[in-house]
Design a protein around this ligand. Sequence first.
Ligand SMILES: C[S@@+](CC[C@H](N)C(=O)[O-])C[C@H]1O[C@@H](n2cnc3c(N)ncnc32)[C@H](O)[C@@H]1O
Ligand code: SF4
Length: 366
Amino acid sequence: MNKTFSIYVHIPFCQSKCIYCDFASFVVPEDKVKKYFDALCQEIERCEFSGKAKTVYFGGGTPSCVDAENIERVLLKLKEKFDFDEACEISIECNPASADKSKLERYRKMGINRISFGVQSLNDNQLAFLGRRHKSVDALESIALAKEVGFENISADLLLGLPKSSASEICEFCGRLIESGVTHISAYMLQVEEGTPLAKMVGQGKAILPSDDMTADIYEKVTNKLDENNFERYEISNFAKKGFECKHNLAYWQGKDYLGFGLGAVGCENGVRKMNGKTFDDYYDGKAYQEKLTLQEQIEEIIMLGLRTKYGFEIEKLKALGYNISKNDNYKKFLSQGIIKEKDGFVAINKNYFGVSNEIIVKLFP
Ligand SMILES: C[S@@+](CC[C@H](N)C(=O)[O-])C[C@H]1O[C@@H](n2cnc3c(N)ncnc32)[C@H](O)[C@@H]1O
Ligand code: SF4
């Protein structure tokens, strides 16, 4: 039987850097872009994995900031190399500042069927503070254009916990996004990454972020607002209408095999994790790092990733690695207290406890 797997493709370019972001993305001149796509196609060509692709995800950086022909070239190379499942979910991350109608049309024509916009906020002052190149109206217009060219599966990323923001303001953004017709919302709490301009501002007291209690309150209000509108929280930071959960991310969280192509991209196959070089030079030189996860790491990863989602993890998967979790005292206690629940061989966190999942997860490790 043909093994199924997922594919991540990293596009490490941005038009400018946002103050909070430490993703592997660079602002480079146009003429550097072709060399990267040549290398990317060669990397795919060299890959010896065989199987059926269930999901493909073009992430970044900003895939929409390069000409759509580059994306199409990679997609064709992937299709030449691998079998694609008929219902393959093919996603692309787009910045509203660079996703114009002709690009969106071209994505649709080449077979991309899911689009994810970095909206972040619908408050123009906040967008300017974050260093975004678009205004709220551009984000809403991008979503409308995506619908117009035929996308039905549209996601928006929102950042929670911005300075001078409030839970009620974010709930209002959620309402406007729902009205715009998105089918999925990722709501990430703003992380202060070392070395970013945001970290410096926070260090100098020029940007004040919400406390842990406020953070929990924001998540609770956002979850209620989205729930009222039939957007279910299927993962700690992800909400979707029924049938619009992101299959690609679910494959990660369920510990399925995935390949990663491109600068800094990570793949994982049979417990072996591979990461490509994180600079252009290292990537072009074919530098990659591999590590075989220990048994303990594999077990922790299954629990940690599985419990992020409403589906949880499979008990048998842990048994196959020699861990009978049913004998863990904390496990028994959490079950009896209704903090976790078992169903059809899977264990999941009761959704009321998503906010404290980290504390629960570590107590379930062997
Ligand atoms: C690759 S970007 C999305 C596409 C495009 N680059 C953009 O920003 O519009 C992925 C998402 O990661 C999230 N992100 C990046 N840095 C973050 C941080 N420091 N804290 C929380 N979320 C972050 C943002 O919501 C962003 O939309
Ligand atoms: S958030 Fe997106 S657009 Fe901004 S720097 Fe990061 S990857 Fe680029």
